[in-house]
Design a protein around this ligand. Structure first.
Ligand SMILES: Nc1nc2c(ncn2[C@@H]2O[C@H](COP(=O)(O)OP(=O)(O)OP(=O)(O)O)[C@@H](O)[C@H]2O)c(=O)[nH]1
Ligand SMILES: [Mg+2]
Length: 330
């Protein structure tokens, strides 16, 4: 087997170089973002079989119309923990597209774009709405809210910062330190009276962001208490963002929409994707709940570790087998 690394700006460029150098039968073994001399680059490792067949990694081929390749993709999707029904849908749709002559490099994006619900930031974060972040304890609600709030502030929008997390030591300080750092004021609201005292300029900001306490999916009273508080405040045009850690066990992730059904979340934000190699939970939850995905986060840094997710970037993430850093070192 001949193995070669390609450093390019885009996946498209890498694919043409791979084809030109290794031929049409080359397969991609891995890909990663690296820092090049002139900014971020992609390092793609590709291989082509010469004589012996001795692979340990199930690769996704550049030409998945060969039946063997479709099987490889199914294996990769399985390694990511993608539900079998979804995985079958994906591989069947890819085969159908190939038969009608579509370029194999685009088919996974196209199929994911049809199966997984996505929302563009302008749709998920509508200027006219009040954005509430909810989710399990420690899922990254406050951090993600801060990342998105900074973005809106950078874009010269006015923002309002409210936290309903009044019961936990340090909760107000967390958002308040952030607010001060960007020249804003945060407000803690524990009752209708507190809410009435919040200045109208904050309530009518271009983007009103509301942080909430962590909700155990197993404690119905916590969910109904938040639901009642939001009702009491008389907030209109709410857009609720369910913040779910991508690293949470698949079975726990899948329960969240039912656990929070009374709050009727509108979108999904997956956090901590830097702490998992498996994207099955993300895909299974988005597909089964029908909730639109807009952002993922891949680190704790505000405002950097926030990434817009679309079909193309998701396709890139699931087109290779999960690979652990210690395997690369080996
Ligand atoms: N590695 C990693 N850590 C993150 C990410 N997002 C948030 N964190 C960290 O996760 C921890 C919890 O984040 P918070 O934003 O406080 O989570 P929360 O949902 O507001 O927590 P509660 O309000 O206690 O329910 C903090 O240490 C964050 O820095 C992420 O994408 N990746
Ligand atoms: Mg919080």
């Amino acid at each position: 087997m001949k193995i070669k690394k390609f450093k390019t700006k885009t996946m498209q460029e890498a694919l043409s170089q791979i084809r030109a150098t290794l031929g049409d039968d080359a397969v991609i073994l891995s890909q990663q973002k690296i820092q090049g001399d002139n900014g971020p680059m992609l390092e793609v490792t590709a291989a082509v079989e010469t004589e012996q067949k001795n692979e340990t990694v199930a690769p996704i081929a550049l030409r998945p119309h060969i039946p063997k390749t479709t099987h490889s993709l199914a294996a990769i999707l399985n390694q990511h923990g993608i539900d079998e029904e979804i995985s079958t849908k994906v591989t069947r749709a890819i085969s159908a597209l190939e038969e009608t002559g579509f370029d194999s490099t685009d088919t996974l994006d196209m199929v994911l774009g049809k199966i997984v619900p996505f929302a563009a930031p302008a749709e998920a974060f509508d200027k006219s709405k009040t954005h509430v972040f909810l989710g399990p304890n420690g899922s990254g609600k406050t951090t993600t809210l801060c990342k998105i709030a900074v973005q809106k502030k950078f874009d010269k929008h006015s923002i309002g910062l409210i936290t309903l997390d009044f019961g936990k030591i340090g909760a107000f300080e967390q958002i308040n330190i952030f607010a001060k750092a960007i020249g804003e004021k945060a407000y803690m609201v524990s009752s209708k009276e507190d809410w009435d005292k919040v200045p109208e300029s904050v309530k009518n900001a271009d983007y009103l962001f509301i942080d909430t306490p962590g909700l155990s999916p197993y404690k119905k009273e916590q969910v109904s208490s938040l639901s009642n508080t939001l009702k009491e405040m008389g907030l209109k045009d709410l857009q609720l963002h369910l913040v779910a850690p991508g690293s949470l066990h698949d079975k726990e992730l899948l329960m969240l929409p039912s656990a929070y059904a009374s709050l009727s979340p509108d979108t999904l934000i997956f956090t901590k994707l830097d702490e998992t190699m498996h994207y099955g939970g993300l895909i299974n939850l988005a597909v089964s709940s029908g909730l639109k995905v807009c952002y993922i986060t891949d680190g704790p840094n505000i405002p950097d570790d926030l990434v817009e997710l679309d079909a193309a970037s998701l396709a890139q993430k699931i087109s290779t087998s999960p690979r652990y850093p210690w395997e690369d070192a080996a």
